[in-house]
Design a protein around this ligand. Sequence first.
Ligand code: ADP
Ligand code: MG
Length: 647
Amino acid sequence: RDERKTLPIYKFRDELLKAVDEYQVIVIVGETGSGKTTQIPQYLHEAGYTARGKVACTQPRRVAAMSVAARVSQEMGVKLGHEVGYSIRFEDCTSEKTMIKYMTDGMLLREFLGEPDLAGYSVVMVDEAHERTLSTDILFGLVKDIARFRPDLKLLISSATLDAEKFSDYFDSAPIFKIPGRRYPVEVHYTKAPEADYIDAAIVTILQIHVTQPPGDILVFLTGQEEIETVDEILKHKTRGLGTKIPELNICPIYANLPTELQAKIFETTPEGSRKVVLATNIAETSLTIDGIKYVIDPGFCKIKSYNPRTGMESLLINPISKASANQRAGRSGRTGPGKCFRLYTSYNYMHDLEDNTVPEIQRTNLANVVLTLKSLGIHDLVNFDFMDPPPSEALLKALEQLFALSALNSRGELTKTGRRMAEFPLDPMLSKMIVASEKYKCSDEVMSIASMLSIGNSIFYRPKDKQVHADNARLNFHTGNVGDHIALLNVYNSWRETDFSTQWCYENYIQVRSMKRARDIRDQLEGLMERVEIEVCSNASDLDAIKKAITSGFFHHSARLQKNGSYRTVKNPQTVFIHPSSGLAQLLPRWVIYHELVLTTKEYMRQVTELKPEWLVEIAPHYYQLKDVDDAGSKKLPKGQGRAAL
Ligand code: ADP
Ligand code: MG
């Protein structure tokens, strides 16, 4: 309790509550760490708002929602999931008792589907508004709308950046409540020349700080799990050789898929005489406050999604950050005392190359999912929807086209029965279409398993450095018969299910048990939703073509045809792509394939690939493919050495 009183926001508690009482919408601005996320919902609870309905607090990131809920339940001395809970996709940790609910912005968006006026809530706090995620931007429009006919509903829009006028203007000149933060001077250092390899440079900088600088923890911003694991490994190796004169360096990674037990580690106070280095994704920029950071290392990059509405291709790319991000990152070092920020780029770069602000996600993403959600909320006129920054009309049109091709919308742009069923699933429209289509092919059991496995991403198999051959062999077992990656995922799931979900089995097969458990949870939820959309769960395991046709029903946009040189060409919007080396079909090179996603590394790779019969495209999506698209006569024999015998 005493600690709560030391937070900058505490002095403004009464003033803030008075403002909430007086105004329906308030924009709140305060430095990261001032106590917005953890304290405001508690103040509202103490002031009695939760007696009238829940307090929702949205976060752009899953990890933040979980971690903050855990912290607040601790502060209130209640069990997580009781009075204080969180809700993220596929994981609902709330109960009847829950009064303060932290949730991802995407989850609140989905709650509109079941409760369009959010009747169960007395306050909605859209937190981290400056992040401008797609879901947050859509929430703005929706909450602004319901506030008109629910005068009792309070809206708080909170942001860590100081350009709050835009939010205020959007919400009809809502008052801005500023919480002055504590801020100590931060010394910013740039590199003299551009760094060739920022990972390398980051490691060198960490070690230099550790060896030469006074006590204080280090925070390093990296772009994703893979980079964090690489740096973690190299650091462990290098510090082993430093000898006993150098203090201990505790390495704490934090990223979205890190197991919850390990996430807590970043908040532990560093023991006297040692130093902590936190390797974090963008999550530590404003979403999570870590105390004791004195040094920030900023390589200047983050992963961002970009979308080309012309081709319909979406990719996750490593991009330079904006000036606003760079300043946020630097600020993380000056919270508890003077800090230092080491930018691994030149001051010229900063001045001339970085954009002022990150482009809002709505302007660089595929909108199919959002359009489907809005349509199922009865919002038909998307062009006149009250967007803070409207998406490019080309992207909106592309989304409508895609949903039409998936038969989710009819030619008048209205939701079809298929579309209504699809909207029930918290998945991308292509995945939900695949599930809905499984009814026709009588293989919903298999397709749900595949969808769940695809939803957990790329973390099913692991490949320890010293046992790569074993791991690869174990993995090949699931590909017997060259069934393709989707069916291989199904084989993994079913084999695990047959062992009664054995952990030992996962070890023996080099499969991450944590990912499998997550897949099982997701699958359980999908199965629950099947009942809602009245699709019978039935199995058709022996008919692989039926399963592949169901997959094709969702993913026919993602078809590609083999070229003479072993590359592939996507059928619509032709582009050269390759089968990812991790695919079971990488050596086999079937003439026609369908893929789950494209990832750009050294080349544009298709990940999760299955062989396809071209006539299926015309059969399944006749409005999208004509015979001439799939006419096979033009393609030549395979070049030597790249034949079927290769696997
Ligand atoms: P804001 O939302 O304004 O950035 P927060 O409410 O997230 O601020 O954080 C306020 C303070 O609460 C931080 O300074 C931090 O010390 C503490 N805090 C937040 N989350 C945790 C946690 N999981 N463990 C320990 N301390 C935390
Ligand atoms: Mg916060």
